[in-house]
Design a binder for this molecule. Sequence first.
Ligand code: IDP
Ligand code: MG
Length: 159
Amino acid sequence: MIERSLVIIKPDGVKRCLVGEIIKRFENAGLKIVGMKMVWADKKFAETHYKAHKSKPFFKELVEFITEGPVIAIVIEGVHAVDNVRRLIGSTSPHQAAPGTIRGDFAHISMAYASAKGLGGKNVVHASGSKPEAEEEIKLWFTKQELHSYKTVHEEHVF
Ligand code: IDP
Ligand code: MG
């Protein structure tokens, strides 16, 4: 039941200086950071990351958005980490994301608005959508040497 999930603080989150605020949400929930780095993805890498969306009308804009500045890539570990991380970030479209979630608290636009403006949807963070997606994404973004196993106090007090 212990899983790993990939989180990316997107260029809007980094440029808005929300990195600390966002990481705090995961740490407060007792989830563990097992890998983290700043990356400025190029077009080819971004296209690989978002390959599932290749046929979508917003694909080009999405790749432009995710490569417009550096991102923070984080591997989060914990019990049901994939579902728990998605719960903490909220719905894809910030206008539907519940207050208390990262997207609900730090953004409010809709995907319809982004599409109408010809922009990738600025929703502050990415997180893996399923366990297989998490495994594939972690392999794409991190080498084995960049991921670490260690104990946090949560393993005594939260797990
Ligand atoms: P997710 O990030 O919540 O998993 P996905 O459906 O996988 O959502 O979409 C990937 C990303 O593509 C979204 O986070 C958002 O940035 C962008 N996106 C999704 N739908 C639209 C759209 O209709 N217009 C513009 N961008 C979109
Ligand atoms: Mg997704």
